[in-house]
Design a protein around this ligand. Structure first.
Ligand code: CTP
Ligand code: CA
Length: 230
């Protein structure tokens, strides 16, 4: 039988990570979502915990075990994820937004199951934009703002779009991967990525070749920790 590890010191580095998809209700039995498996975010949480950090994982609906030593908070919608992120980020040193947040939600979720209509072959849904969770954290006042690391899943011009997201969202670092191939990215156990981070005089970047999400998570955590101001 394994011995329980000693309790984490109170001064352990606080890390908050979002992971998985969000689920946006349309009615009591239906939702909008995406194919995010949560594997990358869970691997990051495991890597950060293994490096001694105190990790809180805000997770959308996924089918994964909670990594050892990690505090997990389950959410469904982007609005719920945003509320938890805002509550936890101001006391964190590092915030990593790995979740595939739904960009839009139904303007209003129907209170009762939407019935199929006999007199029409189409159904129009009105969607409204969800809050940009990570941009909100990056915009916190300096004394409450953690180091902010985002992700970008792209199917073309990966480095170009990543650079644009780094700057538009005010992030410190972004991890960009090409999800156009079936072997890498969404759902798979492996990932290749570009890491881009701000330096005092511009942006540095590094390409990480295809490797396990566990190995890539360690690289990302070590790079992010190296950017912390202490
Ligand atoms: N993100 C977020 N809140 C949202 C949308 C995205 O926090 N409402 C975060 C993701 O967790 C990720 C980063 O923003 O860290 C980039 O997500 P992505 O979907 O690639 O960017 P978008 O700005 O939504 O652009 P698009 O989907 O059009 O490529
Ligand atoms: Ca998006």
């Amino acid at each position: 039988k394994r011995l329980t590890p000693p309790p984490m010191a109170n001064d352990a580095l606080q890390v908050v990570i979002t992971a998985g998809p969000t689920r946006e209700p349309l009615d009591p039995v239906r939702y909008l979502s995406n194919h995010s498996s949560g594997k990358m975010g869970f691997a990051l949480a495991a890597a950060a915990a293994a490096s001694g950090a105190n990790v809180t994982l805000i997770s959308g609906p996924v089918n994964l075990p909670t990594p050892r030593g990690v505090t997990r908070i389950d959410v469904e919608s982007a609005a719920e994820m945003n509320a938890q992120a805002q509550r936890l980020a101001t006391t964190a040193a590092l915030f990593i937004g790995c979740a595939a947040v739904a960009d839009y939600r139904a303007e209003s979720a129907a209170a009762h199951k939407i019935k199929k209509r006999e007199n029409s072959d189409t159904l129009t849904l009105t969607l409204v934009k969800n809050p940009d969770i990570i941009a909100g954290i990056a915009a916190l006042p300096a004394d409450q703002r953690p180091l902010v690391v985002g992700f970008a899943a792209e199917t073309q011009d990966v480095e170009h779009y990543a650079r644009e997201k780094l700057s538009r969202k005010g992030l410190d670092m972004i991890v960009a991967n090409d999800v156009s191939s079936a072997e890498l990215g969404f759902g798979s156990d492996d990932n290749a990525a570009w890491l881009l981070w701000r330096t005092p005089d511009g942006t540095d970047s590094e390409h990480q070749p295809a490797q396990s999400k566990t190995a890539l998570a360690n690289v990302i955590i070590q790079r992010a920790l190296s950017l912390l101001p202490f």
